[in-house]
Design a protein around this ligand. Structure first.
Ligand SMILES: C[S@@+](CC[C@H](N)C(=O)[O-])C[C@H]1O[C@@H](n2cnc3c(N)ncnc32)[C@H](O)[C@@H]1O
Length: 240
């Protein structure tokens, strides 16, 4: 088998989950809050109010992340926002096919983690996952299995920048960062930061087509801290 995504158990689990997520996205209506009920304010309250929703990536973006992880041989992959584990399956399949490594994924709703564990077990990939339950800014403080090669940002949008900065000291030069939902307002401070050349990234906006939405916005960035000092000016005539 050349690609774990085509392995029977992985493929069936992913196909079933993506189909379920697509059905749910088509049928979902924003519920009217009952009169007098407190409005969810914090990210945890807001995500808990919709804890049955997948809010998952679509297949084209999953396939792209699989390809990026394979092309770079990434071994330590960090995911912000597990939900029910659809994106985690793409990340873990790529790590499996690279031959070694771990996916560290963080989610603050414990019931979602339980479902994600079951889904990753069905997909035959659970042995590659380090599930961290709690707020990402806390759970990411615990030691990583190695220097970070690939980061996927898909949790609370207004926290992308804080999560990125928390991971920066642990990123390898050449670490890739894939961010989802960059068409949402909450990602603005993250985008401003990562697009500022002085902050050490080369970055590209990207749209993928298909899935639950006609198109989805992402940002793909690479940490460009040089491995060797950049070349200085060369004097071509400096010969004896
Ligand atoms: C868009 S969904 C993730 C979808 C998932 N990546 C996928 O494609 O299948 C975002 C998830 O991030 C979780 N989340 C949001 N903010 C978080 C935080 N600060 N720490 C941990 N988890 C968080 C939410 O509970 C939610 O399940």
């Amino acid at each position: 088998m050349k690609c774990t995504l085509y392995h029977a158990d992985t493929r069936k689990t992913l196909d079933d989950l993506l189909a379920d997520a697509e059905r749910q996205a088509g049928a979902w209506k924003d519920p009217k809050p009952s009169p007098g009920a407190p409005k969810p304010v914090t990210p945890l309250e807001r995500f808990t109010a919709v804890k049955d929703l997948y809010m998952a990536i679509d297949r084209p973006f999953g396939n792209l992340m699989y390809s990026l992880i394979r092309a770079t041989g990434a071994q330590t992959v960090v995911e912000f926002g597990t939900s029910f584990g659809i994106s985690t399956i793409f990340l873990a399949a790529a790590v499996r096919d690279n031959g070694a490594g771990k996916v560290l994924t963080t989610e603050f709703i414990p019931e979602k983690v339980e479902t994600a564990k079951k889904n990753l077990t069905k997909a035959g990939l659970v042995d590659l996952i380090d599930f961290r339950i709690g707020d990402a800014l806390q759970t990411l403080k615990d030691p990583m299995p190695g220097p970070v090669d690939f980061v996927f940002l898909d949790g609370e949008k207004s926290m992308y920048l804080d999560v990125l900065k928390a991971l920066e000291p642990q990123m390898k030069p050449g670490c890739l960062i894939a961010a989802d939902n960059t068409d949402q307002d909450g990602t603005k401070t993250f985008l401003e930061y990562i697009r500022e050349p002085d902050n050490g990234y080369m970055t590209s906006p990207l749209l993928t087509l298909g899935g639950t939405k006609p198109e989805s916005g992402h940002e793909i960035s690479v940490r460009i801290i040089a491995v060797v000092p950049p070349l200085g000016p060369v004097d071509l005539f400096d010969h004896p």
